[in-house]
Write a new protein. Structure first.
Lengths: 267, 277
């Protein structure tokens, strides 16, 4: 330690050095030995960074929880790809990676860019008709039934369904059909029901991946794959539309696959 | 073009199958971020080429419609082929009616168009389109038999894809579209999509070639999916790989029935999904 340095500075430097060694060790344990606890520690350590980047993109049209999920996925990618041997600090690598993920998300969900207004309106009509018919008949309609009901051809309905899947704009804050009276939104109607589906119910105490899935989605995964409920039943249980359940299940499974390194992936 | 394509799709020449071809193109356009205007041209021209096969190739009979797609540097090549009488002679006539109009549209929208009679008969319309920003993709499908689906039952659609990483852009949409035809409810359609996602995600390590082939059979409320060519032992492994943290094997849970058929060189994973509502 150079003489003349203040005691505070010296101890800060020592702490930083210790932390950096610790970080290097954590990256080695994860990247070389696939130790999931090392990755969990890294995620925990850098989650505040992901959170602050997500906040940067916080806008009323996208629920913050969704943004945070995208930022977390970016963080995981950064943790996987970071090469400590290059001598850069992790945050200087992670920030562009996370921001890239956020930008990709906004590009993907940019209705105004990708989806003509007529198609947007049609998608919303299909979404509402889907819910109306499901309520009337007690089960989800077929594409042909939707097409008949809306006087569209089935290809138009299919395209609308794909658009609802692909674009995130039908967000949790979009008004629900029939919910005008109490102004309830999808997000609000979830309420505290999630708390019934604690991690322990899914028996995931030994696994890391599901811990990174928000409680809301974890509850849906549990209902679909453990309790074997249909998406329509889940929708009724949690007060979301079946289309919402479909989209959230799809995204959660994608995230689980990204998190589960031992699986066989396509690349 | 067809010999080195990234996607080969084989269907019957029905009008509703033209929408299936469009679905596959739309999947590629989304995943490769094609310019919407350029994609519109591709979509329109390819639809016209398919319509020609639907209307004119087999004189009112059913026959095969084969579509091959090749992703190139700033370009996309699509060929549409039938095994019928051949439209070329008619095209060479004045063409004011029938196929001539479609070909006029195609020639207007595509950068290059050629029509030939490939070995084995029939007619092939090959189109090359501008697709700025697109990267060439490899590996490609090798030449030889059109689809590696030997031993599979009859399918409404059969597709081969290389590289396997492209499967995610195509297979979920394709399965979704055909499940809609099988009168699945939107609820079960979403399950089909989840299952197709899982297949696409895990197929890469399971196949014994550099491509994946999928056959889809459609019956009322019954969708059959066959995935090949898997390395011996990999059918079961593919199911196991879909087991995500305490949720169980996602593919097995979403499907009503599964079976693994082995031949000497490879395995085929056969899945069936029903809508029992």
């Amino acid at each position: 330690m150079a003489s003349g340095m203040t005691a505070d500075h010296a101890s800060n430097t020592a702490m930083r050095t210790r932390q950096d060694e610790n970080l290097g060790e954590l990256f080695a344990r994860w990247q070389e030995r696939k130790d999931p606890s090392a990755r969990a520690a890294l995620v925990e350590r850098f989650m505040p960074l992901a959170r602050s980047l997500a906040r940067r993109y916080d806008r009323s049209s996208e629920p913050f929880e969704d943004l945070l999920q995208v930022a977390s996925l970016g963080l995981l990618k950064a943790i996987d790809r970071f090469d400590p041997a290059r001598g850069h600090a992790f945050p200087s690598f992670a920030v562009p990676t996370v921001l890239g993920e956020m930008r990709r998300y906004f590009r993907d969900c940019g209705w105004s860019v990708h989806v003509p207004r007529g198609d947007q309106e049609r998608a919303l009509r299909v979404r509402d008709a889907q819910e109306t018919l499901a309520n009337e008949r007690g089960h989800a309609p077929t594409v042909n039934q939707l097409a008949q009901y809306l006087e569209l051809d089935s290809e138009q309905v299919l395209n609308a369904l794909q658009a609802i899947q692909a674009y995130e704009s039908l967000s949790l804050d979009a008004p629900r059909p029939g919910a005008e009276d109490d102004g309830a939104t999808y997000g609000e109607s979830m309420g505290s029901e999630d708390e019934r589906y604690e991690l322990v119910e899914l028996d995931v105490t030994a696994v890391a991946a599901l811990r990174h899935i928000p409680a809301r989605e974890r509850a849906m995964l549990y209902m679909r794959f453990v309790k074997d409920m249909t998406q329509t039943e889940i929708a009724a249980e949690v007060g979301l539309s079946q289309m919402q359940i479909s989209r959230l299940l799809r995204r959660s499974l994608d995230q689980l696959r990204a998190l589960t390194r031992d699986n066989l992936d396509g690349d | 073009m067809a010999e080195h394509s990234n996607v080969r799709l084989s269907l019957a020449n029905t009008a509703e199958n033209v929408a299936v071809v469009r679905t596959v193109l739309a999947g590629l356009a989304d995943s490769e971020d094609l310019d919407p205007g350029e994609f519109n041209d591709i979509r329109t021209a390819v639809s016209e080429a398919c319509n020609n096969v639907v209307l004119h190739a087999y004189e009112g009979e059913l026959g095969a419609m084969d579509v091959a797609i090749e992703l190139g540097e700033d370009s996309i090549g699509v060929s549409v082929r039938d095994h019928g009488l051949g439209i070329e002679d008619q095209v060479l006539d004045d063409g004011a009616e029938g196929p001539g109009i479609g070909l006029h549209v195609i020639r207007t929208l595509a950068q290059q168009t050629s029509i030939d009679r490939p070995p084995g008969g029939g007619t092939r319309v090959s189109m090359e389109f501008l697709a700025r920003g697109l990267d060439a993709m490899s590996p490609r499908l090798s030449s030889g038999p059109d689809l590696d689906l030997s031993g599979m039952p009859r399918f409404a659609a059969a597709i081969s894809i290389a590289p396997v990483s492209l499967a995610r852009a195509i297979i979920p949409r394709l399965a979704y579209t055909l499940a809609a035809r099988a009168h699945f409810s939107t609820d079960r359609l979403s399950d089909v999509q989840l299952l197709a996602d899982a297949l696409s995600a895990h197929a890469g390590k399971a196949v014994c070639e550099q491509h994946v082939s999928l056959g889809i059979g459609v019956q009322p409320r019954d969708l059959q999916l066959s995935v090949a060519p898997l390395r011996i032992g990999q059918g079961r492994q593919l199911l196991r790989a879909s087991d995500l943290d305490g949720l169980g094997k996602v593919i097995e849970k979403l499907a009503d029935y599964h079976d693994i058929n082995a031949c000497q060189t490879h395995e085929t994973l056969a899945l069936s999904m029903l809508d029992r509502r």
